[in-house]
Design a binder for this molecule. Structure first.
Ligand code: 7PJ
Length: 279
């Protein structure tokens, strides 16, 4: 079991699982679109997440929801940097930047962010080099295709778990070859990123096998469409299902859960941890 993730300036202990709270600054993010536009709103939202027990604040300015439009590098920088600066100045919780853009990785690192959360797993030109230079921790996420088209008709030639495992091995190799230490790397199976409900369930059910690769496993299920498909729930009613799923994943060894609603996710993880420790 991986017991910690080495961040830029500190060690994130993972002996007990942690919640990464989501601070969206995109105007079109599907579940809380527009509400956190503006730095003051982002600060207020982050304060709530921290008070609820978030151990990481994840800030993103490019919506990667299915069908989302491309955002220019400058727009992404303009949206995200003021929020990163404000959160680093105010909270003791490490800040993560949800981006695939090398220029933003560098700017965020210089401003005190501690983690790069890249849904494209450092595949953009220059991203591996930027990540190495900054010395930040990196989350490498699996995605098939790109956000504009990934949910059109997701299909895999081989079992999805094999494809995810091979992708992780390939991206880990690239990261390690470039000089990113293993202790700074987390993996994420990318729920909903080029995956049907069946694909999502197959990778979630195999959480223990992903954890066995030896890296902290980060998983984001919060409010995702799999709960719409599985339970018929609209986005605004998916938090209980998201928290229950978080507990099930942590029970299989996942270390970090990315969530919009932190308070109940922390409760779910606390229960899973208490049961683990009672064995
Ligand atoms: C994820 C993410 C995820 C990681 C988004 C949403 C869509 N980063 N960014 N994992 N999802 N690491 O929040 O539903 O699952 S954006």
């Amino acid at each position: 079991m991986t017991r910690f993730l080495q961040l830029k300036t500190r060690r994130l202990e993972l002996g007990t699982p942690k919640v990464m709270g989501i601070v969206n600054v995109t105007p079109d993010s599907f579940s809380d679109g527009g509400r956190h536009l503006g730095v003051d709103a982002a600060i207020a939202h982050a304060r709530r997440l921290v008070n609820d027990g978030a151990a990481i604040l994840d800030v993103g300015g490019e919506s990667t929801r299915p069908g989302a439009l491309h955002v220019s590098e400058q727009t992404e920088l303009d949206r995200v940097m003021p929020v990163i600066e404000a959160l680093v100045a105010r909270f003791d919780v490490p800040v993560s930047v949800d981006t695939s853009t090398p220029a933003l990785m560098r700017a965020a690192g210089a401003a005190g962010a501690e983690i790069i959360n890249d849904v494209r797993a450092l595949q953009r030109p220059g991203a591996v080099a930027a990540a190495v230079e900054t010395g930040l921790a990196v989350c490498l996420m699996h995605m098939q295709g790109d956000p504009a088209t990934m949910q059109a008709a997701p299909a895999y030639a081989r079992p999805v778990l094999d494809e995810v495992l091979d992708f992780f091995r390939q991206r880990l190799q690239a990261a390690r070859d470039a000089g990113i230490p293993a202790e700074r790397i987390a993996l994420d199976p990318g729920i909903g990123f080029g995956k049907t409900l069946g694909h999502n369930l197959a990778v979630l059910a195999a959480t223990a096998e992903l954890v066995a690769l030896g890296y902290p496993l980060l998983v984001g299920v919060s409010r995702k469409s799999m709960f719409g498909q599985l339970l018929g729930l609209p986005v605004e009613a998916r938090d209980p299902a998201s928290a229950v799923t978080a507990a099930l994943l942590v029970a299989q060894g996942a270390s970090i859960i990315r969530s919009h609603e932190v308070a109940h996710t922390v409760q779910a993880l606390d229960i899973a941890t208490a049961l683990r420790d009672a064995r």
